[in-house]
Ligand binder design. Structure first.
Ligand code: GSH
Length: 221
């Protein structure tokens, strides 16, 4: 049984939860965060789930970020590394298909998601939901939404050529990208016509890991 520390409304934790469903592994999730708790974001006065500043947690992950996994004593942080681990250890035929090209393309899109979508997505959710109204910056959420819309054109071009980001089959590469693009969509920043992205999201929505850990809008707030 894999242990995971994180929170269900963290986009990086969702990646790991979804991947665990894909590989059919049991896991135990321990809620941990320095910024969010059951009542919301700390900027609203809410108590965080905690643990991330404790010495035992920092010994696992000196950055104090989530998610972290422990698989029989093998401890790992950084969600993309965790997906790569799950893919290569448990994900033959589900997260990866054994082809170096699929692995490389999956990593390409996972890195692209971190570089091109995550910073703006983080701004968007803070500004639209998590920060108290008085602490929001006028226009920042729209600007972030526009930035994502521009970046997503690259994904639209890829999905015009292949059904999934790394080829004709689903792979771990679809997880971070799918969760991010879906979150952007949940918050209404859809705007442009992106038929291939739309069709791909509809395909991802049929997967159990997506339905459980990504689809519910309340899991993004
Ligand atoms: N690049 C890291 C990012 C880790 C990260 O910043 N995680 C966020 C949640 S998505 C976090 O730790 N937030 C602060 C907290 O909840 O304490 C990854 O992919 O795992």
């Amino acid at each position: 049984m894999i242990r995971i520390w994180g929170r269900p409304n963290s986009i990086c934790t969702k990646r790991v939860l979804w991947a665990l469903v894909e590989v059919g592994m049991e896991f135990e999730l321990t809620l941990a965060s320095g910024t969010m708790g059951p009542e919301g974001h700390i900027s609203t006065g809410a108590e965080p789930y905690g643990s991330v500043d404790e010495p035992w947690f920092r010994a696992m992950n000196p950055n104090g970020t989530i998610p972290v996994i422990d698989d029989g004593g093998f401890v790992l942080w950084e969600s993309i590394a965790i997906l790569a681990y799950l893919g290569s250890r448990y994900g033959a035929g589900t997260l990866l298909d054994g082809r170096p090209e699929t692995l490389a393309r999956a990593v390409q899109w996972m890195s692209w998601t971190n570089e091109h979508l995550e910073p703006a997505l983080n701004t968007q959710i803070l500004e639209l939901r998590r920060l108290p109204e008085g602490q929001r910056t006028p226009g920042a959420a729209d600007e972030a939404g526009e930035e994502i819309a521009r970046s997503v054109e690259a994904l639209e071009a890829q999905l015009a050529r292949t059904d999934y980001v790394a080829g004709e089959g689903f792979s771990m590469g679809d997880i971070p990208t799918g969760a991010a693009v879906y979150r952007w969509r949940v918050f209404g920043q859809w705007g442009r016509r992106l038929p291939h992205v739309d069709a791909w999201l509809a395909r991802l929505a049929e997967r159990e890991g997506f339905r459980c850990h990504v689809a519910p809008a309340e899991l993004h707030v």
